[in-house]
Design a protein around this ligand. Structure first.
Ligand SMILES: *[C@@H]1O[C@H](CO)[C@@H](O)[C@H](O)[C@H]1NC(C)=O
Ligand SMILES: *[C@@H]1O[C@H](CO)[C@@H](O)[C@H](O)[C@H]1NC(C)=O
Ligand SMILES: *[C@@H]1O[C@H](CO)[C@@H](O)[C@H](O)[C@H]1NC(C)=O
Length: 323
């Protein structure tokens, strides 16, 4: 009698285990699952917290591991680099954890997640590189070489924001971070969003790599202006182009992330634009190193933005970003 019950119980547990494992694609952390209005929501602890459908998918640390981070940024701790010992894998994953429940690296499945991480880091690598043509290991191996602007020529204080984001006396708002922030209004807006007093303490961004990555991922996940898509949205296909977008040659993909983040500094300047090609090259290089392969980046109209009209022309938004 008793053994029969035990057997039944064991079988029930076993089938439950098989179900759970089959359902979550060999992810390392078992999620806690909840069904709300027919939707499956998950919580995976520190890396993907708070019952979100995105947390049912693989998390960033499931498919992007320490050795891959080391491969992508292999020169960052060489003696000639400018932020030796600052950037590490752990701070990236800790920062990513804040945004994974909202879809960063967790939208659309593993391949899309890998591509998004490569795309985001492609921007970061390009903006923080000290690689040049004859650098050892090639110019693309030098991402995360900087964590701040080295010889700022000014303090980037825009007085027209004195009522919203007044400059703190004696403080400089030069470039800092993984997607470097410049200007008091950008420090102010970002600090407000992340609940960190960056307006009084912009130096936090060069003292704390987790915060530096967090602000960069926040920028990636957040539209620059209301009613516009974020870089994340355009990359993962969450954004549906309007007729105007189609006429402007703005299509979902990597090219439009450059349009969102940099506008006409990078986009709409033809296909030979140097900083556009530099950002693209980092993305392709990382796709290769992550084992995804650069052919996943798609054709040039999707990868680049040389032919696109920009969302925010700089003439009409010269002190952009805090509308
Ligand atoms: C989770 O991944 C699957 C593919 O494995 C994908 O179809 C689904 O859209 C993803 N969920 C979300 C919320 O993006
Ligand atoms: C770095 O920033 C993170 C995120 O804001 C914070 O949780 C952490 O305490 C900071 N570390 C230090 C040493 O201040
Ligand atoms: C589309 O473009 C036209 C002409 O530039 C403009 O008047 C209109 O407001 C735009 N529509 C949207 C939805 O942005």
């Amino acid at each position: 009698m008793e053994t029969k019950w035990l057997l039944l119980l064991t079988m029930a547990i076993l089938s439950l285990l098989v179900f759970v494992q089959g359902d979550e694609e060999m992810s390392s952390v078992k999620p806690i699952v909840k069904i709300v209005k027919g939707k499956k929501l998950c919580d995976k602890g520190w890396e993907c917290k708070g019952f979100s459908e995105y947390c049912c998918n693989q998390t960033v640390s499931d498919y992007f591991q320490t050795y891959q981070f080391e491969n992508l940024f292999s020169k960052r701790n060489t003696p000639v680099a400018h932020a030796v010992g600052f950037w590490d894998y752990h701070s990236f994953i800790t920062a990513a954890a804040l945004h994974q429940p909202k879809g960063f690296g967790t939208t659309g499945g593993k391949l899309m997640g890998q591509k998004e991480v490569a795309a985001f880091l492609g921007h970061v690598g390009s903006k923080t590189s000290c690689g040049y043509g004859v650098a050892t290991g090639g110019p693309l191996a030098w991402g995360l070489c900087y964590n701040k602007e080295m010889s700022p020529s000014q303090t980037y204080c825009d007085e027209s924001f004195k009522f919203t984001y007044p400059c703190t006396p004696g403080v400089s708002y030069h470039g800092r971070g993984a997607l470097p922030l410049y200007w008091n209004y950008n420090y102010g807006e970002t600090g407000e969003a992340l609940k960190v007093d960056l307006l009084n303490h912009p130096e936090y961004l060069e003292d704390n790599a987790t915060l530096a990555f967090q602000t960069a991922i926040w920028r990636w996940m957040t539209p620059v202006k209301k009613h516009q898509p974020s870089a994340h949205d355009v990359f993962v296909g969450k954004w549906k182009p309007t007729k105007n977008d189609t006429v402007a040659k703005r299509v979902p993909g990597f090219g439009t992330t450059m349009n969102v983040l940099y506008g006409d500094q990078v986009c709409g300047n033809g296909d030979d634009h140097e900083s556009m090609n530099n950002i693209m090259s980092h993305y392709l290089y990382y796709l290769d190193l992550m084992g995804v392969g650069r052919e996943e980046a798609g054709p040039n109209e999707v990868l680049g933005c040389g032919q696109q009209k920009v969302f925010n022309p700089s003439s009409s938004s010269s002190s952009s970003s805090s509308s």
